[in-house]
Design a protein around this ligand. Structure first.
Ligand SMILES: *Cc1c(COP(=O)(O)O)cnc(C)c1O
Length: 376
């Protein structure tokens, strides 16, 4: 049996090696390393795939969030509502821009922003909401949009973990994550569902004028070369990464399917065990399983379980051990333990198992065997 990894990037590369190597060689031969035709082609293909009006590639998913917030004109002192159970990048750029992150707890089932708690956090300074499609399935976007529309707030979907997930709207139409709010942002970090072989990110925009603003900001604020109309930044997806992403985008649905198959097997094996809760599904969203995350019963010692699995060469990870509002960098003195009970409990009880596109049956059977052995 091949060693088990959280993500098997090498195995996935080997399966598409000929195509990827050729794509890289083409870029090297063309020597159009920055903003070459591959970047433009990838942006168009990703827009078509996701149903976005425009896709603006950039250097990483954190930059994508920052550029989106700059393009939306958020000003220092403005308040942005974010879930406290997410990766740090979401709140980090808010703070970097001098905005104030206003944390909200998450839904105990889906682990996504608890829409019923947003309303109470809105003040006259609130300008936006950043729902995160955590672990690969959409937040309750209908709920988010309803509050946002009522209070005239802008919505940035942090789509770094859910590219390719589909949302079914109330009227039955199907759309993709990242296209419901004003802006969607995503990351092509190697281990993400659509990962490149370095850093990369993109912004999905529906409105042409806003897309143009993002493009200008990502390119030093210049509308015309050497004429800088706004303060921008330098954030580019390089051509080699774009060429790799063009190959992998064509396989994204297949990759999502492979992840869903792994998840279905875990569900089947662990769904009946009262000591673990398998991932709940938002009936309005497909789940592309960036992570397969169990919630352990309070009687289980997570550290012991993780150590036991590790001793048997089964990797597992805790996403995430500390709520954002309890992180040293973000700690707001008014918060004490118990203010965000769902997130606080999840940080103590979640454990993510390996899920990736190259999982072999034998490997997964072994993981399941070891998990069940620990649970007893
Ligand atoms: C990975 C990730 C990001 C940041 O992406 P980078 O490309 O690493 O900057 C932002 N938000 C979430 C939820 C993520 O998982």
């Amino acid at each position: 049996m091949k060693p088990i990894q959280m993500v098997d990037l090498k195995g996935q590369y080997h399966a598409i090696k000929a195509e990827v190597d050729q794509a890289i060689e083409n870029v090297l031969e063309s020597s159009a390393f920055i903003n070459g035709p591959e970047v433009k082609a990838f942006a168009e293909e990703m827009a078509a795939y996701t149903g976005s009006t425009k896709v603006i590639p950039c250097a990483n998913g954190t930059d994508a969030l920052q550029i989106a917030m700059m393009a939306l004109g958020f000003k220092p002192g403005d308040e942005i509502i974010v879930p406290t159970f997410t990766y740090v990048a979401t709140a980090e750029v808010i703070a970097l821009l001098g905005l104030t992150p206003v944390f909200v707890d998450v839904c105990p089932k889906t682990f996504n922003i608890e829409v019923s708690q947003i309303q109470d956090k809105i003040t006259e300074r609130t300008v936006g909401i950043v729902p995160v499609h955590l672990f690969g399935q959409a937040a309750n976007m209908e709920g988010v949009m309803e509050v946002a529309n009522k209070h005239n707030l802008r919505v940035i979907e942090d789509n770094a973990q859910a590219i390719g997930a589909r949302i079914t709207k109330a009227d039955g139409t199907v759309t993709q994550t990242g296209t419901v709010g004003d802006v969607g942002t995503t990351s092509f970090f190697p281990s993400k569902n659509l990962g490149c072989y370095g850093d990369g990110g993109a912004i999905q925009v529906q409105d042409e004028a806003l897309a143009e603003e993002c493009r200008v900001i990502a390119n030093h604020g210049q509308r015309k070369k050497y004429y800088h109309s706004v303060i921008g930044c330098n954030s580019r997806l390089d051509s080699v990464q774009a060429a790799i992403l063009r190959v992998k985008l064509r396989k994204l649905d297949e990759y999502s399917g492979a992840r869903q198959q792994v998840a279905a097997k875990y569900d089947e094996a662990l769904g009946g065990n009262s000591l673990v809760t398998i991932p709940a599904r938002n009936p309005r969203s497909t789940h592309v399983f960036h992570q397969y995350t169990l919630k352990l019963d309070t009687s289980i010692n997570r550290d012991e379980m993780k150590a036991f699995l590790g001793e048997h060469k089964v990797p597992s990870m805790v996403y995430y051990p500390v709520p954002l509002h309890m992180q040293e960098a973000f700690r707001q003195p008014e918060f004490t333990e118990g203010d965000f009970p769902v997130t606080e409990a999840l940080c103590k009880q979640v454990l993510s198992l390996p899920v990736h596109t190259e999982m072999e049956e034998e490997q997964q059977a072994y993981i399941i065997e070891k998990v069940l052995e620990f649970l007893g």
